[in-house]
Design a protein around this ligand. Structure first.
Ligand SMILES: [Mg+2]
Length: 119
């Protein structure tokens, strides 16, 4: 996904429908959360094993929820003039410092349980 291109596509989509008025950061962050809940709904009550072996039609629906979430996040970033590529690079660097592989390998505990590094 080319984020800059997606931002422009979504901006045009909203403009053509006069929907900018609804696309406040508040509303877009809520919409992203609603779409995340729709994603969870497809996995609710499944076993770990079942969650890997989705029927093709459900897998397609999951793919569309992933797209919905990404779309709202990119739209939110556009409205707040946030550089998503930079934010992702920064966050990966933070996570690499926070979870040094030699200390956390094979351990899913939160960093707060093993030290008091940057949160
Ligand atoms: Mg959806």
């Amino acid at each position: 996904v080319d984020i800059a291109e997606l931002k422009a596509t979504l901006r045009a989509f909203a403009a053509e429908r006069d929907w900018e008025q609804f696309h406040s950061p508040k509303n877009l962050s809520m919409a992203a959360s609603v779409e995340a809940a729709e994603l969870l709904e497809h996995f609710q009550w499944l076993s770990e094993e079942q969650s890997y072996a989705l029927p093709p039609d459900v897998r397609d629906l999951v793919a569309h929820e992933i797209a919905d979430i990404l779309i709202y996040l990119v739209r939110l970033a556009d409205r707040l003039d946030i550089d998503v590529d930079r934010a992702v690079q920064e966050k990966i660097a933070i996570n690499e410092r926070k979870y040094p592989s030699d200390r956390v390998r094979g351990n899913a505990a939160k960093s707060t349980t093993y030290d008091d590094q940057e949160k």
